[in-house]
Design a protein around this ligand. Sequence first.
Ligand SMILES: Cc1cc2nc3c(=O)[nH]c(=O)nc-3n(C[C@H](O)[C@H](O)[C@H](O)COP(=O)(O)OP(=O)(O)OC[C@H]3O[C@@H](n4cnc5c(N)ncnc54)[C@H](O)[C@@H]3O)c2cc1C
Length: 379
Amino acid sequence: MNKFDIIIIGAGAAGLMAASRCTAAHKSVCVIDMGDSPARKVRVSGGGKCNFTNTHADYKHYFGQNPEFTRGALARWTPADTIDWVKSHKIKIHEKAPGQYFAESATDIVNALLSDARGAKFELNTTVNRVEKSGDKFLVHCNTKNFQCEKLIIATGGISYSNLGTSDIGYKIAKQFGHKIIPPRPALCGVSTKAFDSALSGISIPVEIKIGREKILDDMLFTYFGISGPAVYRASVRNLENGFTINLLPELDVLKWLKAQKQTNGKKQIKTVLATKLPERVAEFLAFDTKNIADWRDTELQDLATKISNIKIDKFTLHNLLSAEATRGGVDTAQISSKTMESKLCDGLYFIGEVLDIAGDLGGYNLQWAWGSAHATEI
Ligand SMILES: Cc1cc2nc3c(=O)[nH]c(=O)nc-3n(C[C@H](O)[C@H](O)[C@H](O)COP(=O)(O)OP(=O)(O)OC[C@H]3O[C@@H](n4cnc5c(N)ncnc54)[C@H](O)[C@@H]3O)c2cc1C
């Protein structure tokens, strides 16, 4: 039997950061991962440049049953702490958008994590199948061998982007000890909808997406399955029970503009007029009618304005667990201490990172949560 003070299941962002803290505290620690290399998601994050934090990270950028759960951890390990940590490894960073920090290469971040976690024992290509508690010890049963520890940290991530290797073992362990699981679903992903023609696929335009009172201004990409791009990714992590609306010309009062065009450009076809503001294929999709704009009644212009600026998306599916960059749902935070990340139902059992019912917005928030929750873990 391999015995350790602490076992961490999952050598991802959260697990590795927790490992570095354990080794710094002179604990014997073993990190178990089913993959053949650690931090596989970090390696591909931010298009290979790892958007490792966002200085706007506060609970308002997180989603789940109780986003306020993140408050303590994010206050104790702030984005400034992350930036200092990255800089301490002499990694070149750049601020792509205000507050949104990237590394020159995601590999640099992985190397920094591994360097800080040296001293931990790594068991790669090792899949955890089940866990049991015997007295105050945890027994961790894997495909290759078994382990024993005093404290067990579950850092098994979510179940999205499954081609990199994911499992629901974190949810199973949580359930076994009495925790509730909020049903997991894709987040930071595209949306399948029939609202647009697949012929528009490949076109990207700035839009406004409205969800309740919240407005998201960002780019949207038309795809073969519906819509994607940063605006849609950001929408997908939010509460979408009541759907959302899209405005394809957010900078304009569309009806007023169309009426003005009727006066000044009356002899032009409406799609020609629209094509001055939108890509030609989008203009044609919205108004393939060959009538001149002067021949459009005001009520028709009103309908067209609605078709452009208030597109209701209420029948849709999130596209999909295979390609989503995050998972919404997971281990209910109600039964976890936000101060220590320890289970309130089982002493010595901790949950950190994306396995919890916490999903961050697009822009470096998920990794900030991984780092923050790892640092909050009481070792
Ligand atoms: C393509 C892509 C790009 C992204 N870009 C960014 C970005 O730029 N910025 C950002 O903030 N976020 C980004 N994210 C999200 C971010 O990568 C994750 O939120 C973060 O990695 C979660 O960290 P984690 O440690 O909780 O889980 P993970 O990093 O997913 O690690 C979980 C680990 O657990 C292991 N595991 C699971 N089950 C078992 C088992 N049964 N036995 C053994 N091991 C197991 C897995 O192999 C995995 O290594 C991106 C995600 C994707 C998919």
